[in-house]
Ligand binder design. Structure first.
Ligand code: HEM
Length: 255
């Protein structure tokens, strides 16, 4: 068998695939959060940002396909490792010890399923627009940029450009408490999933020595908590009435 085949079939190869795809997916979700937090600024920001991403065309599709491949490989490696584990255990345990570590790893499976279900709903909600507020399906879905949108000082979207009104779409979407609650639960579970993922990754890469494990755990918890709070802030601010759609959209929504 060739080297690549043996890598995919070995336990350590599968663990490395899980760790690498996990790191790429964490990079995406953190970058996505940073982009989304622009919603706390003027509508030009998040609308200009979303328009810039859409304008990348084939490059955007390349990134999307890469992310999809990572999700697929991550799930495949998790399933293969679980099956290997079950097969290796020829006789069932006489007594099941539910110690902390196994509880966390069993939780990985169901937090993973909920995050996957959330992702499918999320793409239908915002990317495909299948579950958007009725008012949004009018001409208000268009927004005219009042200024230029810059990335690292470079203008990437011109003033006066007609762009998709992602700012209003997100706020109107989160005005439903049920939708917001689902998002909050899902990002909470995703934060837990990432926390345990960090532990497993450091273990796989041999980076978790006795000397560092306490500090590593504290940093992981702080990062996952910050990630959760950052995500919670958006639906939370909408439900608290602190984030409102722009005035024209607000007036149309009340009609
Ligand atoms: C409060 C939390 C979130 C908000 C407000 C949010 C917002 C958005 C918006 C507005 C879009 C569509 C952009 C557009 O088409 O113009 C989008 C796309 C997307 N989001 Fe989120 N998102 C959130 C959380 C998440 C999480 C936790 C994940 C991953 C588990 C995620 C994964 C994605 C993906 C994969 C896309 C598709 C990107 C593409 O079109 O290529 N999002 N999100």
């Amino acid at each position: 068998m060739n080297l690549v085949g043996s890598f995919f079939l070995s336990t350590i190869g599968r663990k490395i695939i899980m760790a690498l795809t996990g790191v790429i997916l964490i990079g995406f979700v953190v970058g996505h959060l940073v982009g989304n937090l622009q919603i706390f600024s003027a509508p030009d920001k998040i609308n200009g940002y979303a328009h810039f991403l859409q304008s990348l065309g084939p490059l955007l599709w390349l990134v999307r396909l890469g992310l999809l491949a990572c999700v697929g490989l991550h799930i495949w490696a998790a399933a293969a490792l679980t099956l290997d584990n079950n097969r290796a255990r020829t006789t069932p345990y006489g007594f099941k010890h539910t110690i902390q570590a196994t509880l966390a790893s069993r939780a990985m499976r169901w937090t993973g399923f909920v995050v996957l279900a959330f992702l499918i709903y999320h793409l239908a909600h915002f990317t495909v627009g299948a579950a958007q507020a009725k008012t949004f399906k009018t001409n208000l879905a268009e927004y005219t940029m009042t200024g230029e949108y810059h990335i690292a000082g470079v203008p990437v979207v011109a003033a006066g450009a007609k762009v998709h009104d992602v700012h209003s779409m997100v706020i109107l979407g989160f005005q439903s408490p049920v939708v917001s609650l689902f998002y909050i639960i899902a990002v909470g579970l995703l934060a837990m999933h990432i926390l345990h993922g960090f532990d497993s990754m450091f273990q796989t890469l041999g980076l978790r020595s006795n000397k560092w494990s306490g500090a590593l755990r504290a940093v992981s918890i702080a990062l996952c908590l910050a990630y959760f709070v950052g995500n919670l802030a958006i639906p939370g601010a909408v439900l608290a009435g602190k984030l409102q759609p722009r005035s024209e959209v607000r007036a149309a929504a009340q009609r």
